[in-house]
Design a protein. Structure first.
Length: 266
């Protein structure tokens, strides 16, 4: 039997497995089966905590469809709570420094990248105001914050058909690694509303890297000034960034319960 914790950041929920002592052979099909909300444990992402030679722990992230991804901001905030102390975390997106704060954690998410081939896009394009759009959406911005994001700034967030536009854009050939799709509405100099269609997971109550990407894009467009409160369906995150610097994300993390499972059954 293997132990796991169920955790969430603003309703973006995770099965977190400690593989530091007992290794877990995680495959795409196994991760998908564990994430299944009807026949498995159920989660948006599965998180595997392991050892790292250059950090306190490593973190592998698997979306609900079984695909492994580079970064997850909400899951990163859960790691110091899971481990019980401040931690330096090795991820596929690089090293992340996560510190516990009252009710959650504050994470240095690293520096954003804006080059078209760092997003990545299929061909060269300005990533601040892209020469592409979909249906009646305005021209978006693109940012890589450890994983790829496209951000649409709309006047009325409540009028967007997320279920139609999200998968359409996620799988567009312009994004060879697929993309996280962010729909944002600037409501003040320091405040953004955001809904995210997450790559491999669909609509989510919160997306930490999406909040980072939306805040960075708004600041680059001079539509907002940091620190920015990003309001998602699950709650608020505080994102602070200045051009040339790294992104600081602060917000809640919650431990729900612990459990045991036989991973060979998935």
């Amino acid at each position: 039997m293997g132990r796991f914790s169920k955790m969430h950041g603003l309703g973006n929920d995770f099965v977190v497995i400690d593989a530091r002592t007992d290794a877990v052979d995680m495959t795409e099909s196994r991760a998908r089966a564990i994430a299944d909300r009807h026949a498995g444990i159920g989660c948006d992402q599965l998180i595997l905590i392991g050892n790292a030679p250059d950090a306190d722990v490593s973190m592998q992230i698997f979306n609900a469809d079984g695909s492994e991804v580079e970064a997850c901001g909400n899951a990163t905030r859960c790691v110091p709570l899971f481990v019980g102390r401040d931690v330096l975390i090795r991820t596929k997106a690089g090293l992340l420094d996560a510190k516990a704060v009252d009710g959650g954690a504050s994470v240095d998410m690293g520096a954003p990248r804006f080059d078209w081939d760092a997003i990545p896009l299929a061909y060269p394009m300005d990533t601040l105001t892209m020469g592409a759009s979909w249906e009646d959406l305005p021209a978006p911005a693109a940012v890589n914050v450890g994983n790829p994001h496209v951000i649409f700034f709309v006047d009325d967030l409540d009028g967007v058909n997320f279920d139609h536009l999200g998968p359409l854009i996620e799988h567009d050939p312009l994004f060879p690694a697929r993309v996280n799709v962010n729909f944002a509405q600037v409501v003040g100099d320091h405040h953004i509303r955001l809904v995210v269609w997450e790559r491999g997971a669909g609509l989510t109550r919160a997306c930490g890297t999406g909040a980072c990407a939306a805040a960075v894009a708004a600041i680059r467009r001079k539509a907002a000034t940091g620190p920015v409160t990003v309001s998602l369906p699950g709650g608020d995150l505080i994102i602070d960034w200045a051009p040339g610097g790294t992104i600081r994300m602060t917000g809640p993390a919650t431990h729900v319960f612990d459990g045991e499972a036989d991973w060979s059954r998935f």
